[in-house]
Write a protein that binds this ligand. Structure first.
Ligand code: ADP
Ligand code: MG
Length: 400
């Protein structure tokens, strides 16, 4: 697949770059603060390489989930400011995506300049399920540029105008972030060094159950924590109190447990759980056996015995992929399981990969350096879909 160099001489050419700048914000209006700028940092190498090559760089990105109309709470303005600091260069900001401000901003660029367009999801065409509506919006985006570079790894699993349709309209290439992400995922799927351990947690239970299906054929051990664990405990016949539970998925989990046993894949579930009466930072925490969660309590972290067992399994691995925190790490009382697992990943003699927005934020919040891991993926959904063996539309479209 073509790298940026395939686009030829970029001097004087307007290059539209799809980046993933979807960072967490603290919500303080009118000037929301960025709580983790990891994704902006990850977008910098491609943007600065294009600028250094003399391109007029036009960055298109989304922030949050606005409902297809402008919403100041989701403005990319603070992100453009942070990008400018990280680039060490001015960044022009267009107050619309394909309107008069965007046209004027792009027309004002000279070679090596960078502009950011306002949140692409302020336009209903971006995420429309209707091919014609999406295509029409993509044509407006394409009219702002002479070439397209796809570098927003976090969105390549989405068939959206700025990810997919625009690539059909312009000469295109893959940015270095997407290239790096895909090459790591290829190492995980093609010939992972064994033992290969996959650690899953977090709260998007049904999204993540699909990946288990595929991993049951690939991984040696599946370690399961976080909110998804309770559906498995329920499948084993345990009560889970008021913990996160997807009851319609209980039979699916039961089937996975059976298949794992038949195929010799080890599924490691917690033996103990940290429970509390309410979902709150100051809710009094106690440790109980995984099979003895009181009716009026909810599991908010894996227990210490489980964390030690999970850590040991991870340290023995040669390849580890981890997606999803082990507990509600945002509350210090329920962050210990995630910390122990993160620590174990840093001690792996081999490839360790952290994927997922909250997982990446968790390891940074807990004080781990990015460099302590083999790779921190900027895309949770995209990396899971790749591991599931699904085609990623935003990658597929770059093939020709
Ligand atoms: P990622 O973004 O890394 O893919 P998810 O979005 O699936 O991860 O899940 C992250 C969230 O899961 C965190 O906000 C965390 O608080 C939550 N979580 C983890 N364990 C539990 C639990 N036992 N109960 C409820 N929420 C949980
Ligand atoms: Mg998340």
């Amino acid at each position: 697949m073509a790298a940026i160099s395939s686009l030829g001489d970029l001097r004087g050419r307007r290059v539209l770059v799809r980046s993933d700048l979807n960072v967490p914000l603290d919500g303080a209006l009118p000037f929301p603060g960025i709580t983790d700028d990891g994704r902006i940092r990850a977008a910098v190498p491609t943007i600065s390489a294009l600028a250094a090559a003399g391109a007029r760089v036009v960055v298109v990105a989304h922030l949050g989930r606005p409902k297809g109309a402008p919403d100041p709470a989701y403005s990319l303005a603070p992100v453009a400011e942070r990008l400018s600091e990280l680039l060490g260069a001015p960044v022009a900001f267009a107050s619309d995506t394909v309107g008069p401000s965007a046209s004027a901003t792009v027309a004002g660029l000279v070679d090596g300049d960078v502009a950011v367009l306002e949140n692409v999801r302020f336009n209903p065409g971006e995420t429309s399920k209707d091919d014609a509506e999406r295509g029409a919006f993509a044509a407006e985006l394409a009219s702002l540029a002479d070439a397209f570079v796809s570098d927003g790894f976090g969105v390549v699993h989405r068939k959206q105008a700025s990810v997919y349709d625009v690539a059909l309209l312009l000469p295109h290439a893959m940015g270095s972030l997407v290239e790096a992400e895909i090459s790591v995922l290829r190492r995980l799927t093609e010939a992972p060094e064994r033992p290969y351990v996959v650690v899953l947690g977090g709260s998007k239970v049904s999204d993540k159950l699909a990946v288990i299906d595929n991993l049951l054929e690939k991984a040696d051990t599946l370690v399961i924590g976080g909110g998804m664990v309770f559906t498995f405990l329920a499948a084993q016949g345990h009560g889970v109190g008021s913990s996160l539970l997807e009851s319609d998925q209980i039979p699916v989990c039961a089937e996975y447990l059976k298949r794992a046993e038949a195929s010799g894949v080890r599924i490691l579930l917690p033996s103990d759980v940290v429970v509390a009466p309410a979902f709150a930072a100051d809710s009094p925490a106690t440790v109980v056996a995984a099979g003895a969660i009181p009716n009026d309590q909810m599991g908010l972290d894996i227990g210490p015995e489980s964390a030690a067992a999970f850590g040991a399994a991870i340290r023995e691995a040669r390849t580890v992929f981890w997606n999803g925190p082990m507990g509600v790490f945002e509350f210090p009382a329920f962050a210990e399981g995630t910390r122990v697992v993160a620590q174990a990943l840093t001690e792996v003699d081999g490839l360790s990969v952290v994927g997922g927005g909250d997982s990446a934020a968790a390891v940074r919040q807990l004080g781990f350096a990015d460099s302590a891991f083999g790779h921190i993926s900027t895309g949770g959904g995209a990396s899971l879909e790749y591991l599931e063996g699904k085609t990623l539309p935003g990658i597929d479209v770059l093939k020709d």
